[in-house]
Design a protein around this ligand. Structure first.
Ligand code: FES
Ligand code: MG
Length: 572
């Protein structure tokens, strides 16, 4: 592309008053005049925030990207966007994913940016940035922040999935608050995001699987110097991508999405992957539905032995060879000729990959588990589908099970009654939680892997079927049916379930049924009233009025698609 066609020329290439205004204030940062001579301007979209501890090292990471951009003859300009930290944001970071994506989209389009590097780490920071950038569609490369080093607690390896284990032990009185406090520091002992195959790692694998990153992006620990090297090389590469005019829409083809779905099954990625990938597809205009996940995942066994589905951590994954090894193993099943950001195909990028630890990365002949990574179930309880991660089940017998519903109307009801000694529940029952969906909570929090009642835990039972319209942390486990669509808050059948109803889950046949007659359901529906959400203004009100259901990616309806990179009017 001739340099005069760069979109940044619409700012820095102008003469007279406009050019003066666009350049003069930039010069207060100490840039020589020739930085504005028509070289590619590279935006570095930074989700650094001290409130997003997983991205707390991103100032340094951005510096590595800048080195590469300078070297390649580009002009790097870093800018902040809304950063979503999974652990602190109430009621759930998911409520703000779409808001952050709007910030990203408008920040890119409104500014003199020719190419953009997205710095992503904690769970929602990846989909929000990718969604926003996809709606602009300029050359884009993703650099993930990398996982934390494996936690070490009293001689054992720990990671985020242990939070759930520790908390059950604490509830049973097996460990003290003091021990818990010690474990906190042992688990999060370095920079980076969760070190298991939780949502952040799943997202880092997703962007590599989609071809949006340089090879090996997914697994290099945040604390490893090679993470900085990857950032540096990404800075060099984005300048070339601008010169080649290699845009996101050329990378994010239908085939790339299908690759990502198959690879996600093989790595045992988080169920949140489904929602985020659907939302990204909606932005870039690729037609994707839950059926694609079901069909493409059905033949893929689990190859990666990482928590929560297995035993190891992201650090081990990197040392074993990282995602390129999985891609190489799967290459006969994948679309091997799709192009990635480095201009090479998936097959080319993974051709020299070697597995250094078969305990961590298995083969198709001898997988870690034969259970599918993800399954989509349907039935009268979820006409538009629901999602389950069979590989995270602790009791495979529950994959086909009929049980009596024990119903909680909302999260408060659940918290009040769960440990009530009089709660009429046994391990064969099915726990049903309503009103934790995209609209109902609001924001679809990660509460779907509800803790079991104390009296059940006391019997040594570790798993029961749980059903909700919410999500589950990617670090969570159990036989948990999630993302029930339509959700209770919009009057889905889930809203009508009552204590004592019989529910049948049959994962093999992809079924979830409420054994209540249509006639009775219609009677109940006549008495159903929508919740008063109690939000009359602001973003949350906007979200409630426009959020789509889980099976459509829970994006806001008016954000689907994109508006491209054109801005027609000047600012003065
Ligand atoms: Fe940020 Fe897990 S809390 S990745
Ligand atoms: Mg999470």
């Amino acid at each position: 592309m001739g340099e005069n066609k760069l979109r940044s020329r619409g700012w820095f290439g102008k003469s007279g008053k406009d050019g003066f205004i666009y350049r003069a204030w930039m010069k207060n940062q100490g840039y020589p005049a020739d930085e504005f001579d028509g070289r590619p301007v590279i935006g570095i979209c930074n989700t650094f925030s001290e409130l997003t501890p997983c991205n707390g090292h991103f100032r340094e990471l951005a510096e590595s990207v800048k080195r590469g951009v300078w070297e390649a003859g580009g002009f790097p300009l870093e800018f902040p966007v809304m950063s979503l930290g999974e652990t602190l944001i109430k009621p759930t970071a998911m409520l703000y994913r779409n808001l952050a994506s709007m910030d990203v989209e408008e920040s890119i389009r409104a500014n003199p940016i020719d190419g953009v590097v997205l710095l992503c780490g904690c769970d929602k920071t990846t989909p929000s940035l990718v969604m926003g950038a996809a709606s602009v569609d300029i050359p884009t490369i993703v650099v993930s922040g990398g996982p934390m080093l494996t936690g070490r607690y009293r001689g054992t390896n720990i990671g985020t999935s242990d939070v759930w284990r520790f908390s059950e032990m604490y509830r049973k009185g097996e460990i003290s608050q003091e021990e818990l406090t010690t474990a906190e520091a042992c688990m999060c002992r370095s920079n980076g995001h969760c070190a298991v195959m939780g949502t952040a790692s799943t997202m880092a694998c997703m962007v590599e699987s989609l071809g949006l990153t340089l090879p090996e992006n997914a697994a290099i620990p945040a604390a490893d110097s090679r993470r900085k090297v990857l950032a540096h090389l990404s800075g060099r590469r984005i300048v070339q991508m601008v010169n080649e005019d290699l845009r996101m829409s050329q990378i994010l083809t239908k085939e790339a999405f299908e690759n990502a779905i198959m690879l996600n099954a093989a790595i045992g990625g988080s169920t949140n992957f489904v929602i985020h990938l659907l939302a990204i597809a909606g932005r870039i205009g690729v037609d994707l539905s839950l059926d694609h996940f079901n069909d493409l995942c059905a033949k893929i066994p689990l190859l990666l032995n990482l928590q929560p589905s297995g035993g190891y951590f992201m650090e081990d994954f990197y040392y074993a060879g990282g995602l390129p090894v999985v891609i190489k193993e799967m290459i006969s099943l994948l679309h091997k000729d799709v192009i990635t950001v480095n201009g090479k195909t998936m097959a080319e990028n993974s051709s020299t990959a070697e597995c250094y630890n078969p305990e961590v990365i298995a083969t198709l002949e001898e997988p870690v588990k034969n259970l599918t990574g993800l399954a989509v179930v349907r039935g009268n309880l979820c006409e538009h589908g629901a999602v389950i991660k069979p590989s995270a089940s602790l009791n495979p017998a529950l994959m086909k099970h009929r049980g009596r519903a024990v119903v909680f109307e909302d999260i408060d009801d659940y918290k009040h009654r769960l440990d009530d000694p009089d709660l009429d529940v046994d391990e064969n029952c099915i726990l049903v939680l309503k009103n934790v969906g995209p609209k109902g909570y609001p924001g679809m929090p990660e509460v779907g892997n509800m803790s079991l009642p104390k009296k059940i835990l006391a019997k040594g039972i570790v798993d029961m079927i749980r059903i909700s319209d919410g999500r589950m942390s990617g670090t969570g486990f159990g036989t948990v049916v999630l993302h029930v669509s339509p959700e209770a808050a919009v009057g889905g059948t889930l809203a009508l379930v009552q204590d004592g109803d019989i529910i049948e889950l049959d994962v093999e046949n992809r079924k979830l049924n409420l054994e209540v007659s249509d006639e009775e359901l219609n009677n109940r529906r006549a008495y159903w009233k929508p919740l008063d959400m109690g939000y009359s203004r602001g973003y949350v009100n906007l979200h409630i009025n426009h959020v789509m259901q889980a099976h459509e990616g829970a994006d806001l309806d008016f954000l689907r698609g994109g508006s491209g990179d054109k801005v027609t009017r000047d600012s003065h």
